[in-house]
Design a protein. Structure first.
Length: 163
């Protein structure tokens, strides 16, 4: 076991003003110490370095936030914002019409759409949806499952305050 030194890095970072996100939170900044296996810590350091983090505290806070948002979005009635990315072949008969019909059925949940003509055959669409977690997932599933849609992905984030 090795002491990971989160408290120290949090202090140093604070002095540089890098912890603005945390400092702005209502509760102020708490400093904690975390005991962690050396092997696990090395893996964690490698992971966060590969993702561009320059200190553990920021990575640690972002991981906690992501878990909290994910847990909140698991509840079907939670208000969420979802981003749906679709790639489809616009030559597939009636596909465009089907996707547009689906979107108009749920127009009050669709905040914005972006259409990019990827190449001669393929279109990329990005939709931003807002609603309950259940509704956003249902709309996304219907769009992604439409015949002719080659790739589809939904990313959900909390619609309210991010912790
Ligand atoms: Ni297109």
């Amino acid at each position: 076991m090795r002491y990971a030194g989160f408290a120290m890095s949090a202090c140093a970072e604070d002095a540089r003003g890098g912890a603005r996100k945390a400092a702005r939170s209502r509760g102020g900044l708490s400093r904690i110490g975390v005991a962690i296996d050396s092997d696990l810590l090395e893996k964690f350091d490698r992971l966060i370095r590969s993702r561009g983090y320059t200190n553990r505290s920021e990575a640690f806070r972002d991981l906690i936030r992501a878990e909290l948002v994910e847990q909140a979005a698991d509840a079907p009635d939670s208000p969420v914002v979802g981003t749906v990315t679709l790639v489809y072949d616009h030559n597939v008969r009636l596909l465009n019409e089907k996707l547009v019909d689906l979107q108009h059925e749920h127009y009050h949940h669709i905040l914005s759409t972006l259409h990019v003509h990827l190449d001669h055959d393929h279109c990329l669409e990005v939709l931003v949806l807002r609603g309950s977690s259940r509704t956003v997932r249902q709309i996304a599933d219907a769009l992604i499952a439409t015949k002719g849609v080659k790739l589809g992905r939904l990313t959900i984030t909390a619609a309210g305050a991010i912790p």
